[in-house]
Design a protein around this ligand. Structure first.
Ligand code: NOJ
Length: 711
């Protein structure tokens, strides 16, 4: 096979090779469409013939269209090398499951794997070969709109989720996962998308890099570089990052692709004076595919002629692309699994809806409940569903082919679930981010007064979070706040259901809310999932994947911050005069319709030898009167180290289910691996000394136990 690829390479001209490592939007390639499209010439500065000569395309799918584009391409391609079709299948292809930040809150890797497997099955029938996922950028700033695409603020949780996603997407062997955005894109200063990232090597290695590495270890076929500069250098041209770290240190020999137009943006950044410079920096960094700009196509021939780049470097990049094409089977069958009929029947099938519904149920977080929930489905006679999102399918920004009409909003779902109840709808107020106006409020208030139960659906619409959707203020709009206050005044039996793609600041309104459910952007089956949760068919088990701050002024705020010398809240302590340090809701937090008691941890020994392990256990009891699941979380602090360590770090968790009054011993093995960090020696290693361990159902911990690591 290797011979076959090398023979193929030997037949290719330089231009044909450069086409393989260039990617453009399928609309430019579309049969008959390129004449009308005012794109390729201006956007890519390419001639039409050059646009046709690319090796892959992005964000275009659907079996029928894919087959026609591929046919047209092969008609023109002298070497008969099919296009790779790539797409952002981030949380579903047609059946949309909850946004990744919500999936993080499920703490359920098996479920996350199932979701990605389902998305992968749908997308390959639609002719997609590579998904630009998982996105594993660690995030500590909810102003950044792309929080919704990550699994949150914790390194360990992100690693577990990254692995699960890669397994799910690639399980069938029919598709490839592209982990992104390498590296540290989530650290954008001031939460503004595409902004600067400046970060020490130890923080990078301890917190930001592990999830990319986990995805790669799990077999991810591609890596996408990030838009941002990392310590002064844009990632696509960062030789240290891509060549030295990713390839030489981690051994990644598969495809690296740039983000959209990121090569040319190296010029806008002020890092490359010309497009020739962009191409040179990128190829020296070993970034293989250029997405949506044409520096390679246009500049590499001159760079080779000048002796600045060798054709061998180009061959290596081309071979990586051809290898993936071969591995997926494209070189033998250019249409692979694209099948219009099957695509129609598999997308949105009952099995896939059930997975999406379960994911929405398991990722919702119950933040507050003062005897409101669950509503009694047998007693409820009149139910009001109010708010700008009361009857909308909340899909989230990257909903791919998902459509609102594929699902039900909460109002329609409740109506369907309770055919004998009277279910009413009122919009209450406008959905816009800056809405102050609350015109239809009196109708909503009157409705709330005459109903037994009220469900108030507020928050952010689908496009208020996601790429380019940063916010400086994270409060609900004035109109939504007024609506909540007035409706709750009219009827205390109200639950606020919050749709959002990031933590919001709820401090101003939280005391007015008797019950609060965080639904995130739950996807196609979100309405049905919420109906099940609110009326107690299903219990809540989600836990926050990201801290909810009290105020934007606390940002960045995350549970695993480094220790300070003045941790106390008093004058000359590390504190705020005007508010507590603590967030409104911490990472790992979430309520249930039942309660759990966790005993003080017991440890199998006071000392642990390097290379050995010990066990720490607790008894967990369901002390309420319903069955339920909780996430038992293990946190560790390295008490004294060669570099100051975080106050605590999540190192393991188990999601367990218990019946009323049932109890279970939950044990964790503490290994040397868990104690490692990037030490003052510039190595990942565990240092001897004492450690504190806690086991809790949130990052608010108490009653730790200690042990010492010894030689
Ligand atoms: C830009 C985004 O940053 C990236 O995540 C995405 O995969 C590409 N566009 C392609 O759509």
């Amino acid at each position: 096979m290797i011979m076959k690829l090398e023979n193929l390479l030997a037949k290719m001209t330089l231009e044909q090779k450069l086409a393989q490592i260039s990617q453009c939007n399928a609309v430019y390639l579309h049969v008959g469409a390129s004449d009308d499209v005012t794109g390729p010439e201006q956007e890519l500065s390419l001639k039409k013939e050059e646009v046709v000569a690319v090796g892959s395309t992005l964000n275009y799918s659907g079996a029928k269209e894919m087959i026609s584009i591929q046919k047209e391409h092969l008609h023109n391609d002298p070497n008969q090398i099919p296009l790779l079709f790539m797409m952002d299948v981030i949380h579903g292809y047609r059946t949309v499951y909850p946004i990744p930040l919500a999936l993080g809150a499920s703490f359920d890797t098996a479920l996350v794997e199932e979701c990605c497997e389902m998305a992968s099955e749908e997308m390959v029938l639609g002719g997609v070969h590579v998904t630009f996922a998982p996105m594993v950028d660690l995030v500590r700033d909810p102003r950044w709109g792309r929080c919704m695409e990550t699994t949150g603020e914790d390194t360990y949780l992100n690693c577990e989720m990254a692995r699960a996603m890669v397994r799910g997407f690639q399980k069938s062997g029919k598709a490839a996962a592209c982990v992104k955005h390498f590296a540290a894109y989530g650290q954008a200063e001031a939460g503004r998308d595409y902004n600067t990232t400046d970060i020490s090597e130890r923080t990078l290695r301890d917190f930001y890099l592990p999830a990319y590495q986990a995805a790669i270890d799990e077999g991810a076929e591609m890596v996408m570089t990030s838009f941002n500069i990392l310590n002064g250098i844009p990632s696509s041209g960062n030789k240290w990052l891509v060549k030295e770290l990713l390839r030489d240190e981690w051994g990644f020999d598969k495809i690296v692709i740039s983000d959209y137009n990121a090569f040319r943006e190296m010029h806008i950044h002020g890092y490359c004076a010309t497009e020739k410079d962009c191409a040179e920096k990128a190829i020296q960094a070993t970034t293989d595919i250029e997405m949506m700009s044409a520096c390679y196509l246009q500049q590499i021939p001159t760079l080779i002629a000048e002796g600045k780049v060798s054709e061998k470097q180009i061959d290596e990049a081309v071979l990586r692309v051809l290898r993936l094409k071969e591995k997926l089977g494209l070189l033998d069958n250019p249409y692979l699994y694209a099948d219009e009929e099957q695509e129609m029947s598999v997308c949105l099938c009952e099995k896939h809806r059930e997975i999406a519904r379960r994911a929405a149920e398991k990722s919702a977080v119950l933040l507050k409940n003062e005897n409101v929930l669950p509503f009694d489905k047998n007693k409820a006679k009149r139910i009001a569903v109010i708010g700008p999102f009361a009857d909308k399918t909340m899909l989230g920004q990257w909903h791919c082919h998902g459509r609102e009409e594929d699902g039900l909003g909460v109002f329609s779902a409740v109506k369907r679930m309770l055919p004998n109840a009277e279910v009413f709808f009122a919009q209450g107020c406008d959905e816009k981010i800056n809405a102050t106006d609350c015109e239809p409020i009196s109708e909503a208030v009157e409705l709330a007064k005459k109903c037994d139960d009220v469900i108030l659906c507020v928050g952010e619409d689908t496009y208020m979070s996601g790429e380019g959707m940063s916010r400086a203020e994270l409060r609900l709009s004035k109109a939504q706040q007024t609506l909540i206050r007035e409706v709750v005044k009219a009827n205390q039996n109200t639950v606020v259901v919050l749709f959002c793609g990031r933590p919001l600041v709820l401090t101003d309104i939280i005391d007015d809310i008797p019950a609060l459910v965080l639904a995130w952007q739950p996807g196609t089956e979100g309405g049905n999932a919420l109906a099940n949760l609110l009326f107690g068919n299903v219990n809540f088990s989600g836990k926050l994947s990201m801290t909810f701050p009290r105020s934007e002024g606390q940002i960045p705020i995350y549970y695993n911050s480094y220790r300070t010398g003045r941790p106390f809240e008093a004058p000359y302590g590390s504190w705020y005069q005007d508010m507590p340090n603590a967030p409104l809701y911490p990472f790992g937090y979430g309520l249930s319709y039942t309660s759990f008691a966790i005993s003080k941890p017991e440890i199998s020994a006071d000392t642990m030898k390097i290379g050995e392990s010990l066990t720490v256990s607790v008894d967990v009891r369901n002390t309420g009167d319903r069955s339920g699941e909780t996430v038992v979380q293990l946190y560790i602090c390295d008490d004294y180290a060669s570099l100051v360590r975080p106050v605590k770090e999540l190192k393991a968790y188990q999601k367990i289910g218990l019946k009323p009054n049932e109890s279970k011993k939950v044990s964790f093995e503490i290994t040397e691996e868990m104690l490692k960090f990037w030490t003052a020696n510039g190595k990942f290693e565990a240092e001897i000394g004492s450690f504190t361990v806690w086991i809790s159902d949130s990052s608010n911990v108490k009653d730790g136990v200690k042990f010492s690591l010894i030689n």
